[in-house]
Design a protein around this ligand. Sequence first.
Ligand code: FES
Length: 570
Amino acid sequence: MKALRSQAWFGGTDTIAFDRRAWMKNGGLPDDVFDGRPIIGICNTFSELTPCNRHLRELAEHVKAGVLEAGGLPAEFPVFSCSETNLRPGAMLFRNLAAMDVEEAIRGNPIDGVVLLTGCDKTTPSLLMGAASCDLPTIVVSGGPALNGKYNGTDVGSGTDVRKFMDDVRAGVMSLEQLKQAENGMSRSAGHCMTMGTASTMASMAEALGVALPTNAAWPAVDARRARLARLSGRRIVAMVREDQRLSQVLTAEAFANAIRVNGAIGGSTNAVVHLLAIAGRIGVPLGLDDWDRLGREVPTIVDLKPSGRYLMEDFCYAGGLPVVMKEIADLLHLGLRTVSGRTVGEIVAEAEPVDGKVIRPRSRPLTANGGIAVLRGNLAPSGAVIKPSAANPELMRHRGRAVVFRSIDDYHARIDDEALPIDATSVMVLQNCGPRGYPGFPEVGNMPLPKKLLMAGVRDLVRISDARMSGTAFGTVVLHVAPEAAVGGPLALVRDGDFIELDVEARRLHLDVPEDELARRRGAWRPPEPTMTGGYQSLYVAHVQQADRGADLDFLVGCRGAAVPHDSH
Ligand code: FES
């Protein structure tokens, strides 16, 4: 076995090694734990302000048990926890800050391998990004989805059904008393969103990338098998340190290709595009938007989960979870890749059950024939934009309509229910200045709720276009991540009310039908929006954030800097 990294902290007889061992012994550690035992960091995003991750302290105990059983020493440490529900102005603004915290915490501490405890949307990518810049042996343990929500005798899913309830309230067909009952039945247990939203998608991506054990995505947070998986992960990370199986040996170009295809098969979140681009940038794998379109194009969505379909993650668990999905599309995957389990993708899928035909469908009867994320280009999005066909309205996938433009999210809120707003069922809603720099922080506001007057007339979807993201639990014909964004002078900033816009998803085209000389005149008159912050982290973010097609990472954080620390603290 290669010399342990932690021995640079605890080996030897000098003053600093004495001090470090002495301080660690205040936890009751005997002498022999410093004699060459792998020290495993357990990187925990527990926070009472991140309700999806509230149970991760308990889960960490199961990881520790596994580490101890395998002869390692566990050491749990906290990192910045991005709460999707509570952090303002949005968790995405802080994903890169959290990743910076994770990277420095891993590199600066005496650990030989690391277990990443994740759950809520941004906690998985932020931890993987930070870990990828260090490249130690690394394994992800997701917190798991919550049990199915319940309302009025039916299963309901976080995010997806909330939007439907809100539309029903705005349309006058649901009372506030009924809405309160739905609220009380929505989050019935520990765990993250139980739809195939971003949290479930990113847990699936970790599994598909091979950086989490099989079935990581599906076991509910409160299922004993989740605790068992955590314990087995604790055992396995010790073995990975002994084998020197580092993250870069798992996160290969082929692993990203597998993950992109799996994302198509599960009808995964558009947010996976941004997060995987950022993780790839950290580990040094070339990955671009066109890879998403190319690899996902022929993949059918076979998982019938909300928001694209009908069921929820608890049902996905009973149907066998991700290994079953991967088995059904095995011919599209790189089967020889060795995962953190020590086994190959092929060995894992060989043991999976066949599809149940209901929650996970056969390839011959998909939910959507072309399930991958479609990447659109055109004069409105020269660097690309994305749409999730499986969550969109087939009748709007080819559409020409007049733009109704909102200059900002505040402008949208101020005017959306104005009776005089010139909007009808053929209109295209356009939202500007909600990209990485513009908001700032690239928020999930792209799936703008429709105006009340259209909802009351029975309209439930319009083409919507923005430089923002949308929640993985959302649905609709929503074009997102338009790059370059409006706030840096991208063509989206030049759209005016009444302009014709053409969307053709099959042809991957997004076109603003305005003569070039008129666009040039508007470009000449364009001025960047005033900055909303003049200091602190947000200023750093705005100065350095990359566009959506590059994963919206900070430019100086891209790349793998390794785990070496040349100087000590004395
Ligand atoms: Fe945390 Fe959805 S709010 S996963």
